[in-house]
Every structure is written in C-alpha cells, then in structure tokens.
Design a protein around this ligand. Structure first.
Ligand SMILES: NC(=O)c1ccc[n+]([C@@H]2O[C@H](COP(=O)([O-])OP(=O)(O)OC[C@H]3O[C@@H](n4cnc5c(N)ncnc54)[C@H](O)[C@@H]3O)[C@@H](O)[C@H]2O)c1
Length: 386
C-alpha cells in the first residue's frame, strides 16, 4: 500500500477547478509533476505561476511522462471523453470532472473502458465529501430518519444572470445540450441518490431559457469572471437557465428540485431537505458545517460538524476539529484521499467509497430523462436497461 506522497499526478486544465485540484493534491502530498492547458504557452505560464515543474505541450507529451500515474481531467466538458479514452489507453488512473461526458454513448463507453482497464476511475462529485453529507448518508443508512418519503431542494447561482455574462458552458458543443442541469443540477441529483441510497426512476421536467440572447466577448473569459468585455458578438442561447423537476425514487419517495444559474444574490446555494417517517435532515452548502435534524416530538437539532460527534464516514472526511469551519476546497482533499487510497492499493476496491464512472454514467441517464421529459412535456422513465 503506497502513500499519496509516493504517487505522481498531472492535471489537465488549470482554470477555476483545476487550481482547486492542484491545491488539494498538494495537501495530500501527491507529487503534481505537470499540467496541460489549452496551448503549450498557457500550460507553461500557469505551471510557473503555480510552482508546477512542467507545462506539457500535448496530451501525448503528458502521457510520455512515466512519473505520472494519475491524470485529473478538469478541461471543458467536450474534452472529457476523448481525453479519458487516451489516458486509459495509456494505462493511467483517472479523476474526471463532472459531467463525465457529453452524451450517453460516450459515458457508456467510458464505463466499459474503465472496467476493462482495471484502473481507478473516479468522477468528481465532490459535494458528497462535505463531512456532514457523509454523516447524513450514514445515519439514513442506519435508519435514523425512518423510511425516506420526500426529497426537496434547490441549486441556485447568479453568475449567468445578465445577457453580458458569458462562459464556454453556454456553447452546447463545449458544455453539452443540458446546461444548468448538467453543470450544477448533476451535483444535486447525484448527492440525493448518494445520501438516500435510492436512485431516481422517473422525472417530470420543465426547462426554461430566460435569457435567449447573450453578448459573447470577442476574447476568452475566466469562469465566474465579472469583468465586462468591450467587444462582443450577439449569440442565440437554447440551453436552460432554470429547471424545475419533479422526481420519483425507486423506494417510492417523491421529490422536487429547482435549478438556476440566474437567481440574483445566490452565489452557490445547494440546499436539500430529506423527510423520513420518523425524522428529517436538511443542509445548505453555504452553511456547510451545520446539519439540521428535525423531529416531531422533541426539539430539533443542529449538528455542528465535529469528528467526535459524527459516524466513521463523516469523521474520516473531516480534516479539522469541530468549530474550525471546513468548506468547498476541503471536499476535494477528502474525496481525493479516498481515491488515492485505492490508487495506493493498485486497483479499485469492490465497493469504492468515491463516485465512480458508473455513478457518472447514471447521472447522465437521469439528465437524459430530464431532457426527454422537458421536450415531450410528460413523466419520463430513466432508461437503465434490463
Ligand atoms: N466539481 C465541481 O465542483 C466543479 C466546479 C467547477 C467546474 N467543474 C468542472 O470542471 C471542468 C472545468 O471547469 P472550470 O470551471 O474549471 O472551467 P475553466 O474555463 O475555468 O477552466 C478550463 C480549463 O481547461 C483548459 N483547456 C481548454 N481547452 C483545453 C485543451 N484542449 N486541453 C487542455 N486544457 C484545456 C483551459 O485553459 C482552462 O484552464 C468542467 O467540466 C466543469 O463542469 C466542476
């Protein structure tokens, strides 16, 4: 069993989230040998800024570096499938950002290639790794909420509110046919299946584009940037700004979620409430160290994240004692620790503790049902096959 500090990695993409990957890997002691960007020049410049020894000229160049055993894919969505294929063909482990791919055919193929490879293949559904979300899954699995009946929530952001807001996610050939649902809804939908232990079987979805025309800057734009470009081009937008979705779960539970990238004042607000037959649990990503637990016949509780007061899974994901607030970036450390445990062991565990390519594909299946439901205006089954 090798420790993370004995394992070498490389990162593709060093934008918003690639930077978070590199910082989390360093906290674990993983050797980040180099990074790949949109051009050799950009890769070298970012490598220098981040104190990484190499900027690779191409993916072939990266894969020729024998020190690299794990590749983190944090490029725009349309590159995940072709890059992961090459990485697996070169025999490396992969940590791929969500969504796993652009289409069901692609994600299905990646699941097959992952199985054939015997490598560790993870999808970065990092929100699972807030310690209190690990704890919520554990107490629900222990039956503390009774039977799960109602699962409600939202994921709201405001960074695409204005017609002058622009990002590659708005281009379907780079971001995918689903935008708000694929980009942030995917996290909520995955999280609810993870925490409740129940998959979504049917959906009834309404998708709306409230900003049908946007101003695309003539030059490149950083994710979450608020700068306004002087020169812009008008672009028609067909992907959804918001989604409202009714849900049916395999145990008979019902749910509803609202997803939006145009909600003024909401920066990154993922909330859920899970109501069971004996108790309820609720959580908000902007107050991530607090889990509300609701009761009928005694006082409600607020559990402040604390390794001493959580079960094994929650305590394992926590890095700091109670009262020392942990947040978004810490979830990457916790998730990567679980992934690198398997990499250190040389192969995936029988039941990996982290989200796998199969989980990434399942979320694509739910997204496909959402798109079909919105198009047909009716309840639609998630097609998982026999
Ligand atoms: N898990 C999360 O919470 C989370 C959060 C944000 C983004 N993401 C995902 O991460 C991915 C990247 O998102 P982002 O917000 O960091 O985007 P970004 O635009 O900030 O960064 C993308 C990076 O990819 C690089 N890139 C572009 N073309 C490339 C190419 N051909 N080869 C190599 N690199 C290339 C760009 O130079 C840039 O560094 C997306 O798939 C997104 O869905 C996940």
């Amino acid at each position: 069993m090798r420790r993370p500090s004995q394992i070498g990695a490389a990162v593709i993409g060093s934008g918003f989230i690639g930077t978070v990957h590199i910082e989390a890997l360093r906290r674990l002691g993983v050797q980040v040998h180099g990074l790949l960007g949109s051009s050799p020049e950009r890769a070298s410049a970012r490598a220098e800024q981040m104190g990484v020894s190499r900027g690779y000229a191409s993916l072939d160049d990266l894969l020729a570096d024998a020190r690299v055993e794990v590749v983190h894919v944090t490029s725009p969505n349309h590159l995940h499938h072709p890059q992961v294929r090459e990485i697996l063909a070169a025999g490396r482990h992969v940590v791929c950002e969500k969504p796993l791919a652009m289409t069901l055919e692609e994600s299905c193929e990646l699941v097959r290639l992952a199985e054939e490879s015997g490598r560790v293949c993870a999808v970065n559904f990092n929100i699972r790794f807030y310690p209190l979300n690990q704890h919520a899954r554990e107490i629900i699995g222990d039956g503390d909420l009774g039977d799960i009946r109602l699962v409600t929530g939202r994921y709201f952001q405001d960074w695409l509110l204005l017609e002058t807001d622009w990002n590659w996610r708005l281009e379907p050939d780079r971001g995918g046919a689903l935008r708000a649902v694929g980009d942030i809804g995917s996290h909520w939908l995955d999280l609810m299946t993870f925490i409740t232990g129940h998959r979504i079987t049917e959906v009834m979805a309404d998708l709306v584009t409230f900003v049908p025309s946007r101003r695309q800057p003539a030059g490149p734009v950083e994710t979450f940037s608020t700068e306004r470009a002087a020169e812009t081009v008008a672009r028609e937008i067909a992907t959804e700004d918001t989604a409202t979705i009714l849900l049916r779960f395999e145990n008979g539970a019902r749910g509803t979620v609202a997803i939006s990238q145009v909600s003024p004042g909401r920066k990154n607000s993922l909330q859920y409430e899970i109501d069971g037959s004996t108790a309820a649990a609720a959580w908000d990503s902007e107050q991530p160290d607090q889990l509300w637990i609701g009761h009928r016949e005694r006082s409600n509780e607020i559990l402040i994240r604390n390794p001493a007061l959580m079960g094994t899974a929650g305590a394992t994901a926590a890095a700091l004692p109670g009262g020392h607030v942990e947040g978004f970036a810490d979830t990457f450390r916790a998730l990567f620790r679980s992934i690198y445990d398997d990499i250190g062991a040389g192969a995936p565990a029988e039941h990996p503790a982290y989200p796998t390519f199969a989980d990434g594909h399942d979320e694509m299946l739910v997204g496909d049902a959402v798109a079909r439901s919105a198009r047909d205006g009716r309840w639609t089954r998630v097609e998982r096959g026999a």
